[in-house]
Design a protein around this ligand. Sequence first.
Ligand SMILES: C[S@@+](CC[C@H](N)C(=O)[O-])C[C@H]1O[C@@H](n2cnc3c(N)ncnc32)[C@H](O)[C@@H]1O
Length: 220
Amino acid sequence: MKREFWEGTWERDELPWSFPGADGLYEKGMRWLGDWLYKERREVLVPLCGDSPVVRSFYDHGCRVVGVDFVPEALERLRHGHFAELSLSFNEEQDRWTGDRVELVQGDFFSFALQEERSFNFIYDRAALVAIQPERRAEYAALLEQLLMPGGYLLLEFFSVDSFIGTSAPFGMPHSLIAALFPKCRRTCFSTVPRQIGEGHFRPSGQDFVERNWCLLQKR
Ligand SMILES: C[S@@+](CC[C@H](N)C(=O)[O-])C[C@H]1O[C@@H](n2cnc3c(N)ncnc32)[C@H](O)[C@@H]1O
C-alpha cells in the first residue's frame, strides 16, 4: 500500500491491529525463544513496526533493536510512548532516530532492506507481511530471509481469511504459502487461534472470525 494510505490510518487513529492483548502471541513466542534471544543480547529487526511496544520490550531485555516504519506519526508515537526517557536523536542523513542499542528508521522497508549491510538474529514480523500488497509479498519475504542470519529466527504473526471487503491491507494470507515464501527457512512451530473480528473496514466478507496465526521459522 502507498505511504498515503498508512499516513491516513495513523492520522485518523484507525489502528485495528492495536487492541488489548495484541502482544499475547509475542509473549508466547518469547516463552520458546526468550533464553536464546535475551541471554546473548541478540540483534533484532522489527519491520513495519508502527508504535509496537514490543520494540521496547526487546530493548529492555538487552537486545539491540532496529524498527522500520515509513509513517513519521507512527515513530513519533513509538518514541514518545515507549522511548521518551532515552531522548533519541534524529540523524537526518540516514532518516533515523538513534540511541544506545536502538534505531528507529523512518523510511520505506524495501529501500532500507536493499541498503542494509547488517544481518539480524531475530526478525519479529507482526501484521507486517499482511500489510504488504500481495504483488510485493514474495519480494518482501525474500528481503526478510536475506536480512536473517543463518540459524536466526523469524516470528510471523498474521491473519488468514478468505477475502476481505475492499482491496486494502490487511491482506489475509493462507498459511500454506509460508513454505514457498521462505524457502531458506524451516518451520519450527506453528499455532492458530480463531479471533473475532471487529466492525469496519477490515471486516472479512461473510465471516465473523479470522485465524490468528503464529509461526516460528529458522533459517538453515
Ligand atoms: C498493520 S501495521 C502493524 C504495525 C506493528 N507491526 C504492530 O503490530 O503494531 C503496519 C505498519 O506498516 C507500516 N508500513 C506499511 N508499509 C510499509 C513500508 N513499505 N515501509 C515501511 N513501513 C510500512 C505502516 O505505516 C504501519 O505502521
